[in-house]
Design a protein around this ligand. Structure first.
Ligand SMILES: [Zn+2]
Length: 131
């Protein structure tokens, strides 16, 4: 079975490297100060191409979720749950990842990231209920 692997590109490569070091970061625009995720080359608000990484707490709230029946995430058998999380530190940023709870997520519940190594060269960000 072939599974989809996230492919780091020019904009996201360093983000994946940081995830592998257990750091969750967003980009902060040097022009207007807006935070953004996922990584991109310029600011959608002011078009500035100057920015830096900013580590933020990997915490948020469940915005929505889906039950996937497609085995497109490495290391997981279908069906599984993918959640969309609104970052607490950056309310404009939504992050998706695998659900690690032992029940279905609830809308608005607090969650935190769990870093999960898949093989030797890939680390994914999963989400579990915050304690
Ligand atoms: Zn900007």
């Amino acid at each position: 079975m072939t599974v989809h692997r996230p492919e780091p590109d020019r904009d996201s490569r360093e983000w994946w490297e940081r995830v592998a070091r257990r750091e969750f970061a967003v980009q902060r625009c040097a022009g207007c100060g807006a935070d953004r995720f996922p990584a991109r080359a310029f600011c959608p608000a002011c078009r500035s191409e100057e920015w830096r990484w900013r580590a933020v707490p990997p915490e948020g709230r469940v915005e929505s979720w889906i039950v996937s029946h497609q085995p497109f995430v490495p290391g997981l058998a279908a069906p599984y749950v993918v959640v969309m999380v609104r970052l607490a530190a950056v309310p404009g940023c939504l992050v998706h990842g695998n659900w690690r709870g032992d029940r279905e997520p609830r809308g608005g519940e607090r969650v935190r990231a769990v870093f999960r190594d898949v093989g030797e060269d890939l680390t994914l960000v999963d989400w579990e209920p915050a304690r």
